[in-house]
Design a protein around this ligand. Structure first.
Ligand code: BGC
Length: 353
């Protein structure tokens, strides 16, 4: 991104149920989500920092909106309309999350703000994702907007919009690290009960690039009925869990994709706190990521470091490396077209009996 003088700010949205969401325009990032547990006590379910500048200054495993292309682009290159484009190789020989100057490391404009909604916008100039020397970066100047809205039903909707002045590729997501038990609870996500309607997932190769779309049936990736995450995490003998270092870092295909209808992608429930979250999206698929280490990030009260499997990310998006897979649904955006995508995180609570 170009240098900008924009001030890094923290914004708080709150609804009539006392739920609140803190965000920063640095990376269009969700900093915290305060939701009640079964006793009505508010708790923060997001791993991150207290100060918005910390997302710039401290370790930041893509906590905001990664882009221009969330996930990996193999070999850090792709071919589009007769031209070869080369990107930062920031993940082995591949490009991850759009390269070194990803959108989650960018200070966005605050374009609109009201008590329950904020719109962040930025221009990602042509060449973003490259180095200005021997890596071309992405084509086209991209005008991007992300709107977060907190409604009175304890749901956060995220609406993405973008336009370009040259054909380009684009894949946007939200990379919030959730822990429904509470970020300072000391409990990891192993016991989180997860249900996902996905009947297929994307098996990866040793470089975490797409290998093959395969059925989840009979694998540790089958969450078509409710199961604790340990159903996958404990399967360290499974080659796919093994490739991801003993966790999940895989794309699940969400049934009934039509580009505009919000469909259920996941239901996650923490039995002890009674908190649950439903993920709905218009997107084709969802990267589910259980980080194997968050050791550089402390709890927000500063008392503990985070550990293995302390969070889960539900990253709704298109398939990784689609620019190199013409058989996958397209991620190409052309001038005159408008990219739109929407995801909703719906929170609820199972009342104490
Ligand atoms: C990727 C992981 C990566 C993580 C943090 C996820 O979306 O799939 O491989 O480690 O983001 O950047």
């Amino acid at each position: 991104m170009t240098e900008t003088q924009l001030e890094i700010q923290k914004i708080t949205l709150s609804n009539q149920h006392g739920m609140s969401v803190d965000l920063t325009n640095f990376g269009a990032t969700i900093m915290s989500i305060n939701v009640p547990d079964k006793y009505g006590t508010l708790g923060d379910v997001v791993i991150g920092y207290n100060q918005p500048e910390d997302y710039r200054d401290k370790d930041n495993p893509s906590m905001g909106v990664p882009g221009r292309y969330a996930g990996r682009i193999g070999g850090g290159s792709f071919h589009l309309e007769g031209v070869d484009y080369t990107l930062d190789q920031n993940n082995g020989r591949n490009c991850l999350h759009g390269g070194n100057n990803s959108l989650y490391k960018t200070t966005w404009n605050i374009e609109a703000l009201s008590p329950q909604s904020v719109t962040f916008g930025c221009i990602s100039p042509e060449g973003d994702g490259g180095n200005g020397i021997d890596r071309t970066g992405f084509p086209g100047n991209l005008d991007v907007r992300v709107t977060y809205t907190l409604n009175d039903n304890n749901a956060i909707t995220i609406r993405y919009e973008a336009e370009t002045d040259k054909p380009t590729v684009l894949n946007l997501t939200n990379h919030t690290y959730f822990n429904l038990a509470g970020e300072a609870s000391g409990r990891n996500v192993t016991d989180l009960i997860v249900t996902m309607p996905a009947k297929e997932y994307l098996a990866v190769d040793a470089e975490m690039l797409p290998h093959e779309i395969v059925p989840v049936a009979g694998t540790p990736f089958d969450f078509t009925t409710p199961k604790p995450l340990s159903h996958a995490l404990a399967h360290t003998d499974d080659p796919q869990i093994n490739i991801a270092g003993g966790g999940i870092d895989h794309t699940f295909l969400i049934p009934d994709y039509d580009g505009t209808t919000l469909r259920l992608a996941a239901h996650a429930e923490d039995l002890e706190s009674g908190r649950s979250m439903d993920v709905y999206t218009t997107e084709l698929s969802m990267q589910v990521y259980t980080p194997n280490s968050l050791a550089t990030i402390p709890t927000k009260d500063g008392t503990k470091q985070h550990g293995r499997h302390d969070a889960i990310c539900f990253e709704t998006q298109h398939l990784p490396d689609s620019p190199n897979h013409p058989e996958y649904p397209t991620t190409i955006l052309k001038p005159g077209e408008r990219y739109t995508s929407e995801t909703m995180y719906q929170f609820s609570v199972q009342a104490a009996r």
